[in-house]
Design a protein around this ligand. Sequence first.
Ligand code: ZN
Length: 213
Amino acid sequence: MPHKPIDEMTKDEFLAKSPSGYRYLAEKPTYAEEHIAWVDSNQEIVLTDDFFDHSPSDRKWILGHEKAHSSISPHEDRFWKVAESGAIGHFDEDEMKWKGIVGGRNPEETLTQLITNAREGEAVPQEVLDAYADKIHPSGELHIGDVPIKSYSSPSYLARLIIEAVDSGMDLDEAISIIKEESQSVGVPDETIKDAINMVKRELEEYEEKQKD
Ligand SMILES: [Zn+2]
């Protein structure tokens, strides 16, 4: 593993290293007051003080959940097919609220958690396994080929995908070539891809420098 996983880092270690695709926010915006972590519009995972107050094992789950958000979209037919199947929860007409089988304030949150659970090897409804088989990896690791690289992907988001693939054992050049190919196929500008690759190389160099100290 070229990196210490973020779930094991102290806040100071995180701030000293600032890994690609993640950022720390000291003050939560009002819309996120109850959130521990979330994915922003650049697809960066935002971490708060609350996050660093949790144990490493909690943090692993929180990060797993946030990463799983990248794998589902309510704009896909399969999302509604699963949400409306009754398999992951139902809308309670009396209480006027969504009740998911594993919690979650809406179907998107419930499905995100179920995909997280499936990646951790936990049992989830067959409907979820059938519809999202391509998004579920038994290792729980995020795979590049598995993540929807969108035309609006940011350099740091792409950099995070490359680094996570390397951390889970993929060769750096292979990870870069997959990112290049998949990003180009969905219309990510070449400039964005180039920035992402430079970011990764800088980050890995810095890491190696630190190892020498
Ligand atoms: Zn969520």
